[in-house]
Design a protein around this ligand. Structure first.
Ligand SMILES: C[S@@+](CC[C@H](N)C(=O)[O-])C[C@H]1O[C@@H](n2cnc3c(N)ncnc32)[C@H](O)[C@@H]1O
Ligand code: SF4
Length: 365
């Protein structure tokens, strides 16, 4: 049974200098054709499962106008939703207003994810983003007045020349918003992006680590729970959708560039619009062996600060985690720790968790 759906809307009003996601400058003709094809793909793959989490991401889903949103929301009527569905819609501050937010609220959206990145005008310009504290506050107030009780914001850091003081300033402003969830992202200079072409480089690792520690310290002090390497939530407001990924559970992925995990197979959709419109939805698909499933279970599961539940692991794979040599070795080395229910990465090593996770590649069972 699959309980989660991701839908990708690849259109944006402007392109950010750091972005390597699957995105296109918006164009009404393409949006119309895209939505028609999205409907076909969903009808083709969806098998009537009860959906507990739906995430419409992008790109910028909120860049669609009301008529386009109406068309999108007609398409998703096909899903059988659980009463308690977590329905997230990704927004950019510039493209939301009362009318759109009210439409989303009236159509079951109960979680907004808003890309803020920074409040610092110097870095907003560097990223090709355009907003300010007052506009952000105003839009979030509109959302609150309409009734949204679950809002995530994305905070980015590690810009070239950024100081700890400047990050502190952004943290003050983010905390003042009093949102339920904060996702943090250290800026990665990805190939094919404007920053990469300009020759920009990632900042010094030691400063990046200082910034990460500052974020954890300030967000925890304010009452956020650090529940995943880069994610923080108020009590009970962890992202159920993203936990589907980290719990290595299956999910449908629809749309250009989307990924999915259905019936033991992971797939990536094409990123070229014409191919998608020609119904060549999937670019790569691979059936997972038991070894690969367990590898994913570790690599994704150890991203959660509380780690992997020992009895759930046993139920899923009929293997005791404590019978796995590498788990015992890492426990002895104090890189992993355990309590009655969970095995988890030693919090001391969370920042360098990738160095621990490589141990789980190519295990044989
Ligand atoms: C999938 S993007 C789309 C969200 C939305 N379109 C926006 O830009 O606000 C989600 C988040 O990923 C983060 N992100 C994207 N590219 C990144 C990069 N190169 N380095 C670090 N974070 C990045 C940003 O914080 C962004 O808000
Ligand atoms: S970061 Fe978001 S708004 Fe910017 S180009 Fe990427 S998807 Fe579009």
């Amino acid at each position: 049974m699959i309980n989660s759906v991701y839908i990708h809307i690849p259109f944006c009003s402007t392109i950010c200098t750091y972005c390597d996601f699957c995105k296109l400058i918006k164009n009404d003709k393409w949006i119309n054709e895209y939505l028609n094809e999205l409907e076909c793909e969903i009808k083709d793959k969806y098998k009537g499962d009860i959906i507990k989490t739906l995430y419409i991401g992008g790109g910028t889903p909120s860049s669609l106008n009301i008529n386009q949103l109406k068309k999108l929301f007609n398409i998703i009527k096909i899903f059988k939703f659980s009463d308690k569905v977590e329905f997230t819609f990704e927004c950019n501050i510039e493209s939301i207003d009362y009318k759109k937010l009210k439409f989303l609220y009236n159509n079951k959206v109960n979680r907004l994810s808003i890309g803020i990145q920074t409040f610092n005008q110097k870095y907003l310009k560097y990223l090709n983003r355009n907003h300010n504290v007052n506009i952000v506050k105003e839009k979030i107030n509109i959302a609150r007045n309409i009734g949204f009780k679950n809002i995530n914001v994305d905070l980015m850091y590690a810009f070239k020349d950024q100081t700890l003081n400047e990050l502190n300033d952004d943290l003050d402003k983010i905390l003042a918003l009093n949102v339920e969830h904060i996702s943090t992202y250290s800026l990665m200079i990805e190939p094919h992006t404007i920053l990469y072409i300009k020759g920009e480089e990632n900042i010094d690792e030691d400063l990046d680590y200082e910034m990460y520690k500052l974020i954890i310290k300030r967000l925890k002090k304010f009452g956020y729970k650090h529940y995943e390497i880069s994610n923080f939530a108020k009590n009970g407001k962890e992202s159920k959708h993203n936990l589907t990924y980290w719990n290595n559970n299956e999910y449908y992925g629809f749309g250009l560039g989307a990924s999915g995990y259905i019936k033991n197979a992971r797939y990536d959709n094409v990123r070229i619009l014409n191919n998608y419109l020609d119904k060549q939805y999937v670019k790569d698909i691979s059936n997972l062996s038991l070894n690969e499933k367990i590898e994913n279970e570790f690599i994704l599961g150890f991203r959660k600060i509380k780690g992997i539940n020992k009895s759930e692991f046993k139920l899923k794979y009929n293997i005791d985690m404590k019978d796995i040599d590498i788990i015992n070795k890492l426990l002895k080395q104090n890189q992993l720790k355990e309590n009655k229910e969970y095995i988890y990465i030693n919090p001391k090593y969370i920042y360098i968790s990738n160095n621990i996770l490589v141990n789980f590649i190519d295990l044989k069972f």
